[in-house]
Each structure stands twice: as structure tokens, then as C-alpha cells.
Ligand binder design. Sequence first.
Ligand SMILES: [Zn+2]
Length: 311
Amino acid sequence: MSLSGKVNELFSSQLDEWDLARENYKQLENVRTRKVSFGPFGITVQFNPGRITSSAAKVDSRSIEARPCFLCGKNRPASQRGLKFEENWTVLVNPFPIFPRHLTIVSDSHTDQRILPGFGTMLALAAELDGFVIFYNGPQCGASAPDHIHFQAGNKGFLPVENDFESKTNCNLNSQKESLNVWLWNGYMRGIVTLEGSDREGLALSFEEFYSRFLLMQPDRPEPMLNILCSYKGGKWVIHIIPRKLHRPTQFFAEEGKKIILSPASVDMGGVVITPREEDFNKITASDISDIFRQVCYSDAELSHLITNII
Ligand SMILES: [Zn+2]
């Protein structure tokens, strides 16, 4: 059976046998959302109280060292079952969903969250799970387990960026070589570079080139800060790279009243902004959202030199 088929079975059996997952996926059906328009594109705000642990997670190294790692096999709930993927990976149902189908794909070894050693796995996952968008949150860009390499996956048809890319809203072809296209988004509030192509090796080389240029801008980080959304359709991968300059915006740390608990990661970059607190869901405005993106992301002008002659 294909991995997609096995994932379908895993969902059925986990929702049958695992109370926490069943309850949380049921609650997701009642989750409140609203659309905020920015002219040619929109952002969805999702009020999702189940995500407070992740959004407010302490990810400084002292807090991380003090807690048992929740992605290590020995610490996972007894009811959580997994599927093997390749040599060293396990596919799990995420018990705190944002998507109607939300997976976490974890390495079987407790090693730091880094994209370079995992990039090939991300592409392989996208090709095998072509009903899903695979995403990566860097160790300082939303990963609540920065000490254990993992990806997440959410069903396609959920993130606005998918359609915006299909219709090329605010997205321009920057360069093209053989089967590889490089796109740069503009006027989209967050600077995004998109690699598109059917050549796995060519994509990996272009990503590595981008990574090494971006590393020069952030030499003191464990890796340059980024989120990635990757999907596969009709023989081609689409890889949205969202370079980051900040983990959390000023609103996250503001005094009550001005505070907005919003800790942006890949899903937010894809156009679904998660507010775990109801008061934030009710009060967040279009200008708060654009201000938050402006603080944590680069502008298209800042990114354009990173992709000059990249392929
Ligand atoms: Zn671990």
C-alpha cells in the first residue's frame, strides 16, 4: 500500500483508539475563522485554543534541556502509533491539529532541527504524500522542539498561498533554467522565494546555494532563520522559502491589552494566522497582521539580491 493509503488508515485507527486525538480533531470542526482581505489576496485568522502550548512554548536552550523531548519515541503517548518512512523517520498524527489532517514526521534519532540534512527527506515526503503540504519550521522560527529534527504536514487546499501561487498572485518569475523556475513574491507582506521544478538534484543545489548566501546575513545563528512549505503535483515540487529576521513580534511580548499571542511559523506564512486566545482573534486587525509580517519577514527588495543568478 502507498504511504498515502497507510496514512488514511492511521488517521482512522488513531481517531478510533486515541481519546486526545479524537477529541481535538472533533473540536477542530467548531474552530472559528475569519477572513481578512488585503486586496488581491487574503489571510485567514483561526482561533485555535489547542495551539497555546505550541504558540507560547519556551524554546530557549535552558527550557529545552529541562523538559523530556515530546518527539522522542520513549516519551510519546502510549496511544500514539506511527508509520515508518525511509530508514530513520516515523509519521505520526499530530494531536494538536490546525489542519483537518495534520501530521508530524519525526526522525528516530534525537538530533537538532536543521534543514540541510533533512531537505532530501522533505522532497521525498512531498512526493509520497501528494495530498499534503510538508512544512519545516526552523529552530528559531516556530519549532517547539528545536532539539529534535521533524517536519509537519497538512492537507492541501487549506493554505491561501497554494491558490495564490496557482494564480501567480503577487508572484513573478525571477529566473528560469531548464526545468527549474525561481519565483519572487512581491507586495505579499512577507518576502517569499519559490523554487519550482521536477529535478530533485537541481532543486537541492539551488536551495543549498540560497542557504549559503542567506547564512552570510545571519552568521551567528544555528542556521539562517526560515520556514518552508513544500508540495508536489504533476511531477513537480513547489518549495516556498520564507526567510525570517525575527522569531516573535513585539506584540507577543507587549503588556496585557496590547498583547497578541501570535508566534508566526510556516502555517501563518502560508496565510492562516493562528490565535490561540479568543481576545486576540477578536481584536487582531489587518494592520496588526501586516505589521507582524513586516517585523518577522524580509521584504521582497531585501530578498532579490539573494537570488540573483542563483541558477
Ligand atoms: Zn527527541
